[in-house]
Every structure is written in C-alpha cells, then in structure tokens.
Design a binder for this molecule. Sequence first.
Ligand code: BMA
Length: 339
Amino acid sequence: MSSIRIIGDSLANIPWQEKPQGCTAPVWRYTENPVIGRNPLPEVARIFNSAVLPYGEGFIGVFRGEQRDGMPHIYLGRSRDAIHWEFDEEKINFTDKDGNSFMPIYAYDPRLVRIDDTYYIMWCQDCYGPSIGIAETKDFRTFTRLENPYLPYNRNAVLFPRKVGGNYMMLSRPCDNGHTAFGDIFISESPDMEFWGRHRHVMGKSDRWWENLKIGGGAAPIETDKGWLLFYHGVVNTCNGYVYSIGAAILDINEPSKVLHRCGNYILAPEEWYEERGFVPNVCFPCAALTDADTGRIAIYYGCADSYVGVAFTTVQELWDYIIAHDAADESDFEIGLR
Ligand code: BMA
C-alpha cells in the first residue's frame, strides 16, 4: 500500500485513543461516547450534528441545539480537550453587515471552517424552504451573516478549508422541503463568498445498499497529498425508516468535482446504543473532523440518533488503505460533473 499524509497543522492535543485489539474496522469509537448527553442546557433538550475546530489553547464549536419548542438553533461551545464542552446558554446571535440582529427562523447541522483568519459557519435554515445559511466571524463574539449562497431547497453545505484554483469551493446537496428521498453531492465556486456558480456534480448515491437512497457532505474536506479526504453520510431506506452511515472518498486536489477513490463499504454505521436509539434511531451524521498532520490522527465528530454527539478515531493511513482496498469509484465518479 502507498503512503499518504495530511497537509495541514499539527494538533498535539487532538483527542485520541489507540485502535482496540482485534478491531477490524477502519474507524473506532471513543470509549466514553457519547461526549454530549441529553438536556445539556436549560433550554436545550439535545445537542447533535455539530462541528468543532482548534481555537486558542483549546477548541471551539458550533452545536445544533434542539430547543424545548422543537426548533433547532446553533449554540457556541468551548472546550480544553474537545471532549468536555461548555456551552453558551443563549443561541448564537447572528447579525447583518450593519450589526442588526438577523436570526434565522431555525438553524441546523452547522459546519465550521477556518480559512486564513476567518471562521465560516454554514447551516441549513429556512429561506422559503430548507436552504443554506452562511456567516463569518473572526472572534466568536460577532457573527455576520453573508448572502445566502443558493436557492432553496438545499442542505449539507460544507466549505473547503482553502481556495482551489483561486475560488472558494463549497459542497452542498440540493433536496426538497421534506425528508428528501433522493440526493447527490454537488460543488459550487465563488470568488467572493457571495456569488456562487460553476456548479458541478461530485458524486451520487450508489447501488450499494447503505447509500442507495441519498448522500450528503459531512466534515470539511481534509487536504492530503493524495487528494481531498471527504467524510460524507449515506442513507438507506428500510422498512423501519432511514439509516445514516458514514462513508469516505478522495476528491481530486485541483478539480474536486472528480472523485478519485470511493469506499464501497461504509466506515461507520449505527451499532452502539447511542446511535441506534434516540429521537431518530439509526443515525451517524458526521459534521467535523480534527486532524493532526504530524501523526495522521483523525477524530471524527458525528451526531448520534439526533440525540447525542459521538467521537470516532482513525488515521489517514488506516483510512487510505481501507478506501483503496474497497475502492468502488467508477466512471460517474471520475467525470467532471458537467452536462
Ligand atoms: C436529515 C437532517 C439531519 C438528521 C437526519 C436524520 O434530513 O435533518 O439533521 O440528522 O435527517 O434525522
């Protein structure tokens, strides 16, 4: 097998546990999962589908908090070790460019991406139906919403952590305004974070049963010397409803609408109690990954059963070997995605 390395910062304090003896899977769960349990705040019943990044001496995150009126909003959290979190009791107060309050009606499944000295949050919100909201902050005190990047309906926006070919790049998943029984991942480009275009198809659902209904972007793509490593979710419909698993693919570094490799097997599927049992059973929904370029360690943050946050570990080499050994990429993946 060839070797692979992460291109990025070192993160000596990344949460980590060694692979358990006898584990045959490419990804293993943190033994103390879930890291965020029920009723984490007076006004919040569940936190899940959330994203974290290193910040200062510790970590910061944007968390999907399901309020007791059933509406999701985004809450800020801080941690020294990326395992134990303290949350602001009030949801993030988004403003417009003039500093006036500009709150979404609801906000869910946030992702958090740093580009240079700016942090971007993207999430799903109502704009006459589910669509993507995006905001920027430099200090995690003021959060300025930018123009909505896409028309409705759309979910699962994931920004790349740097420009590619001179433009910002963002994955998303066009959908309907219900529980969407279809969906492929697309990519769009922008020179300025306002005007998005040059849309391309990246990858579709497949005939493999774990992802044969729909797929959607997960964590911000991780730069490696073999391409962008993408964690995404894949969904199957069963007689008892949707089941969400985590998949992995490698996208071309300069032309990320091309999928170079795609793991035919899921890398994590619901099997622990906190993934199988909850508000929505059988959901593993990745939204972030911490990485340490020095060791190749990766900590995946994923929502569990729409009720909890879990952490799972792997290394870039372990994952690469598994993806290549189970590579199922075909012509529809290799294409540039323009018709
Ligand atoms: C999707 C999104 C996710 C959720 C999943 C399972 O459509 O709403 O936030 O985790 O369904 O309920």
